[in-house]
Design a protein around this ligand. Structure first.
Ligand SMILES: O=C(O)C[C@H]1C=CC(=O)O1
Length: 93
């Protein structure tokens, strides 16, 4: 199943810079591992925001929740999920 996910990152300004850097590095590694596995096929920066639009390709809601809640930055994100269905006019479907 495909899901559109918006992630807005809200790291507290007073978070220790070393803790912040370590979190961001772990987030990058976790994200890139999922991208390589095929579970996270698209990630786009939203221009002018510390946010992304992503597409996840997973078995269902439970797997998506497991992957999202495992994000190192999960405690510092607002996440909005939109399940995607095939459009009847999609010429590629
Ligand atoms: O920067 C972000 O959008 C947040 C997060 C998602 C992947 C990643 O490496 O960081």
């Amino acid at each position: 199943m495909l899901f559109h996910v918006r992630m807005d990152v809200r790291i507290p300004l007073d978070l220790d810079p070393d803790v912040r850097a370590e979190l961001v590095a772990r987030e990058r590694a976790y994200s890139q591992e999922l991208q390589r596995s095929g579970a996270w096929p698209h990630i786009w920066r939203i221009v002018g925001e510390y946010s992304n639009f992503s597409v996840f390709d997973v078995a269902g809601n439970d797997e998506l929740h497991e992957l999202l809640s495992g994000l190192p930055l999960f405690p510092y994100m607002d996440i909005h999920v939109t399940p995607l269905a095939t459009h009847p006019s999609d010429v590629n479907a």
